[in-house]
Design a protein around this ligand. Structure first.
Ligand code: WTA
Length: 643
């Protein structure tokens, strides 16, 4: 089944049909650098123009727009002051339903004052600032204030534990942490500041902690802490933007990989901003008076690119939401769409499945006529959830852009263009013009239709990850060591995918040891390392198990210490989750475990994870198990898991 965009609705859009799409693709094929240069000149406000488009001399450490100077906060704010100063830049709705509307002029003042506040604490260009905040306006101001003075922000999702926060602070050697006392969720106050206190107990690099007051609960003030409310009053609302090089880092964002600790994905200023803005405009068919709602948290890349940088660079009105969809009832999201006349609604499949399950008929109770485009991101969406989203939320008239991309890609890569692309449910369809995404084998051969291959990007693109902070070798190993094309290492995403007969791309999910729980990336190695430290546990292996709402849930195979250990599953699970909550955070909690006598290992001692994944999914074991040290273990484990 194919769903076509309604010509009447999209007749004045930037990209009106597939013919125009193909022409754009051709432009990039014919003159790759020239076409990127053209858009960079049109879209970005340069303080000084760049002199060279792409430097490939030190591949895969590509550089873009060499010699150019700009500032991301100017791109997001200052340049709109001429004709949009009284336009609402951000609408913020709190957990309790109260709201604030911030114009571009007000945003300019707030960001400048925050920038001066950071300067008064000694923050300079190139310094790292960790932002550990709830979804409040000050979080947006903080990110943009860093951008204004050239400090590199690293936003850490508020659900991470003190240990996880500490790792990220130390890795980046952050000078300042910005946080809040806490915030509200489902009408109740929760705390963040105590987590920061715990995280930086023995950390020397942090000189100051800026504390924003949100929930007014009592907190412990130390001599490193400063009050945002007290200091902000003293600041001038004029702060000249730092002149940044195209390649100066704009931010770090830590994400999970298949091995070791989280990686500090480093993004550039010019390339990232260009693609944030272009994808915002093209993919979502953004128009002048649109109100755009991306429901992500700013702690993830989706929040960075499609709540803050993309919408603001494009001069849109962006909606930021502190609360959760299920509070006070399952109609919350739709009531907000109606109230703010939202035109684009962008969320994750896990949220769609939840909303579907909790209130399939809720959308009917609201006037959702303002919606023009729907979007999803973060994990594959199943056809059932897709159809409900299309019919009930979009009322059969809104294209769904199923956007495939990653923390590392900065912005959308493979996705329908709302105004142009004929859509097949659950397909991310085609690469955007300028993006050379291909499904290939390790030698670079394109796979045949319906044959699974590696999803790779075969040419550099402006918003690509520049390196892993402090670990360039890991950058090369993680992304440029799996696949080659024409003898040259190409970017491998970690995802598998297929083409169908018509060339539509379907993402099949991670092929490495990363699992995707409710659209959040978690490395199994990270979770296993924590479980291994639990007293009772001798060995363990973590895999993803299909889950109706979360996409995948976390499943662990546990071998206990001592032959006749009588600990029960409930006890072991509880101990494991205490450890995980402390070291990573509740988002990585294990959902279920199986206590097994041993793990399936090859004679050389390697755990055969593929078998464990198949067992968790309830699949038949088709792989050869004769190379296992003890092939009989497979059946034993299967019986335990089946119960
Ligand atoms: C998965 C989120 C299927 C994929 C922007 C990728 C998707 C990982 C989709 C990146 C999609 C993201 N369809 N899978 N539309 N979008 N993914 O870094 O496995 O949090 O590698 O970035 O999410 O997750 P990340």
């Amino acid at each position: 089944m194919i769903f076509y965009p309604d010509r009447k609705i999209f007749k004045n859009s930037r990209i009106k049909n597939m013919c125009e799409y193909r022409n754009l693709v051709e432009d990039f094929k014919e003159d790759y650098e020239g076409t990127w240069a053209k858009y960079a000149r049109i879209k970005l406000d340069w303080i000084r123009p760049f002199t060279k488009t792409l430097d490939e001399s030190n591949a895969p450490f590509y550089k873009w727009f060499i010699g150019g100077k700009l500032n991301a906060s100017v791109q997001c704010i200052d340049r709109h002051l001429k004709d949009k100063k009284n336009k609402t830049a951000i609408i913020w709705e709190a957990d309790d339903g109260s709201r604030k509307f911030v114009t571009y002029l007000e945003l300019h003042k707030e960001v400048n004052r925050f920038a001066n506040l950071l300067k008064s604490l000694g923050v300079k260009k190139g310094d790292r600032v960790v932002i550990y905040m709830p979804m409040i306006l000050e979080a947006a101001y903080a990110m943009l204030a860093c951008a204004r003075i050239g400090a590199i922000h690293s936003v850490v999702f508020g659900g991470f534990s003190a240990d996880a926060l500490k790792d990220r602070i130390l890795d980046a050697q952050a000078k300042v942490v910005i946080t809040a006392d806490g915030a509200f969720r489902k009408g109740k106050a929760y705390m963040l500041k105590p987590v920061v206190d715990e995280a930086i107990k023995d950390v020397e690099c942090v000189e100051k902690v800026v504390v924003v007051e949100r929930n007014g609960e009592d907190i412990n003030w130390t001599n490193r802490d400063v009050s945002y409310e007290e200091l902000i009053k003293l600041q001038s609302s004029k702060c000249d933007p730092e002149i940044m090089d195209s390649e100066d880092p704009l931010f770090l964002l830590y994400t999970s990989g298949s091995t070791g600790k989280p990686k500090g994905v480093q993004h550039s200023t010019a390339g990232y901003m260009l693609w944030a803005q272009m994808t915002m405009e093209n993919v979502f068919d953004l128009r002048d008076n649109d109100t755009f709602w991306c429901t992500a948290d700013i702690g993830w890349i989706t929040g960075h690119t499609y709540i803050i940088y993309g919408p603001l660079a494009a001069g849109a009105t962006t909606l930021m939401f502190e609360g959760v969809f299920t509070y006070p009832d399952a109609g919350r999201a739709w009531r907000m769409v109606e109230e703010y006349q939202v035109n684009q609604f962008y969320t994750a499949p896990t949220a769609i499945r939840l909303l579907h399950k909790l209130g399939a008929d809720e959308p009917k109770k609201y006037d959702l006529a303002s919606l023009r485009v729907l979007g999803t991101v973060g994990e594959p969406i199943d056809p059932e959830a897709w159809m409900w989203y299309y019919e009930e939320v979009g009322q059969g008239k809104c294209p769904i852009v199923d956007t495939w991309w990653q923390t590392e890609t900065g912005g959308h890569m493979i996705t329908p263009i709302a105004s142009a692309t004929p859509i097949k449910p659950a397909s991310a369809t085609f690469p955007l013009p300028g993006i050379f995404a291909e499904i290939i084998d390790e030698e670079g051969n394109k796979v045949k239709p319906n044959e699974k291959g590696l999803l790779c990007i075969t040419k550099p693109w402006p918003s690509m990850i520049r390196t892993i902070w402090n670990d360039p070798q890991r950058f090369v190993n993680s992304y440029f060591s799996t696949a080659k094309k024409d003898g040259k290492a190409v970017y491998f995403s970690g995802d598998g995918a297929i083409y169908d007969e018509d060339g539509y791309i379907f993402i099949t999910g991670r092929v490495d040891d990363v699992i995707n729980v409710s659209g959040h990336r978690l490395g199994t190695a990270e979770i296993e390392a924590v479980i291994k430290k639990v007293d009772l546990v001798a060995e363990n292996a973590v895999v993803g198990k299909p889950d109706e709402i979360k996409g995948e849930s976390i499943f662990a195979y546990i071998v206990l210490k001592g032959e006749d250990n009588l600990a029960t599953e409930v006890e072991v699970l509880q101990k494991i989750n205490e450890a995980i909550s402390k070291e990573i955070g509740n988002i990585a909690k294990v959902d279920s475990i199986a206590i097994v006598p041993a793990l399936p290992k090859t004679r050389s001692g390697k755990i055969m994870r593929r078998i464990l994944r198949s067992i968790a999914k309830g699949e038949e074991i088709t792989q050869d198990i004769s190379t296992l040290e003890d092939p009989s273990i497979v059946e034993k484990i299967q019986n335990i898991v089946k119960g």
